[in-house]
Design a protein around this ligand. Structure first.
Ligand code: NAD
Ligand code: WQD
Length: 378
């Protein structure tokens, strides 16, 4: 990955100090992109910026040039602040030196979204409307958006893997793997919570925007279950808010911060009764953003609105994840089997074919890699 990119150009990463944003910013730097991060530090710390810089410097230590990273603390909904920031990257005649935007800034806790839907719709949905209007004014029309498998809600296709066609923004016929004609209604009827609906709404808005103006290139990446950390063990997941996802909870039980890991539901129709998910290494996920950026900037993808699943295509059960982490760490993780968590589904696994075909991207790392990298954090 030699840095042969235009050295005067930047990628704006909104929410770039969070878990996925920080790993993506680091991979962008390693690939030779200059990065501008905007984050309000709602769920992240400034110390993450120092870690990203340190890992950039380690990567470029023997080279004459290394890409830059700028940071602006701002709420991306603050039009005044964002306008000021975008202005500072504006150049006469050729527009902006910001060539693409990756948008991560959002609230992401499913149960909290049920308690406080307005906060979720404000940060996740209203925010994107005003932000895109601003980008439009600055003639920045390349956007990669963090979507989620949450847009599929409770859909579990017979094949076991969910393709992008199960959530569409217009009613359409398509052919499934078995050669059968399927019809998906444009809508969000299967979604089970406000968080998932907020992601679907953003996608719908971005789809309308791309239809209205063919200069926009927008990619919504539907992440499955991101886990792991940078292989250096020097950058991980460091949220301010209490995490509710499986791996941070498992790590807490492993380190003795909590007495045990609760296993939510052991009566699912799966091989061991615990729920199955498509766990994807966060660095693979980060590289998916670079593949998307390169596809929209090159000739691989036409302008418009595109959706891609980012997952491995394989499912692991909650109990298998506990075993994998125990085997890797040599520690015992106490577990307690409890009833199903409200709103959960049994199996969620991606069909990642479209991303492989159209973006030339697939995952490289295994569950063992995820566990080994996480163990390096200790
Ligand atoms: P995160 O909370 O670690 O990162 C989000 C970052 O955005 C944080 O640094 C936070 O401070 C910042 N932020 C939030 N609101 C902001 C605002 N108004 N202005 C500026 N900055 C703001 O979350 P993450 O896990 O890195 O998720 C990133 C994105 O990916 C989110 O959009 C999330 O919905 C989506 N996503 C996450 C997962 C997951 O399991 N982690 C799965 C699918 C989709
Ligand atoms: C995975 C499995 C739990 C914690 C959510 C969002 C999704 C995406 C990823 C943002 C489930 C079980 C968990 C615990 C457990 N986020 N579990 N004990 O629910 O698949 O997806 O995060 O976009 O949209 O819905 O992820 O990590 O919370 O749970 O047994 O302490 O682990 O019940 O079966 P989930 P998760």
């Amino acid at each position: 990955s030699s840095p042969n990119r235009d050295r005067s150009q930047y990628i704006l990463v909104v929410g770039g100090l969070g878990y996925i944003g920080s790993h993506t910013s680091l991979e962008l730097l390693r690939a030779g992109y200059n990065v501008v991060i905007v984050d309000n530090l709602y769920n992240s710390y400034l110390s993450t910026l120092e870690r990203i810089k340190m890992l950039r410097d380690e990567h470029y230590q023997t080279r004459l040039w290394s890409p830059s990273i700028d940071f602006h603390q701002a709420d991306y909904r603050d039009e005044h602040a964002m306008s000021y920031i975008l202005n500072s990257y504006r150049v006469e005649r050729s527009g902006s030196t910001i060539k693409g935007v990756i948008h991560f800034a959002a609230h992401k806790a499913v149960s909290e979204s049920i308690q406080q839907p307005l906060r979720y719709y404000s940060n996740n949905v209203t925010g994107i409307v005003s932000f895109c209007s601003l980008l439009d004014r600055f003639q920045i029309k390349t956007l990669i958006f963090s979507s989620s498998a949450a847009v599929y809600g409770a859909i579990t296709p017979k094949s076991g893997r969910i393709s992008e066609n199960h959530c569409l923004h217009e009613t359409r016929e398509w052919i499934d793997d078995a050669g059968n004609v399927q019809i998906t209604q444009g809508g969000c009827t299967a979604i089970t919570n406000p968080y998932g609906r907020s992601k679907w709404m953003c996608e719908a808005i971005l789809n309308d925007l791309a239809i209205s103006d063919p200069e926009w290139s927008i990619v919504a990446l539907r992440y499955f279950n991101p886990i792991g950390c940078d292989a250096s063990g020097k950058l991980g997941e460091n949220p301010r808010m209490e995490p509710s996802n499986l791996m941070p909870s498992l790590m807490r039980a492993m380190s003795g911060q909590t007495p045990h890991l609760k296993v939510f539901g052991t009566d699912w129709e799966t091989r061991d009764g615990s729920a199955v998910r498509d766990f994807i290494h966060v660095s693979d996920l980060a590289l998916g953003h670079i593949a998307a950026l390169e596809a929209v900037s090159g000739s691989r993808l036409q302008s418009g609105f595109h959706t891609y699943n980012l997952g491995t295509g394989f499912g692991q059960s909650v109990k298998e994840m506990v075993s994998a982490m125990q085997a890797c760490s040599g520690r015992t993780i106490c577990t307690k089997e409890v009833p199903r968590r409200e709103g959960d589904v049994g199996t969620v696994v991606a069909d990642p074919t479209r991303a492989a075909t159209e973006l030339g991207w697939k995952t490289e790392k295994s569950i063992e890699d995820c566990c080994e990298d996480l163990c390096r954090l200790f």
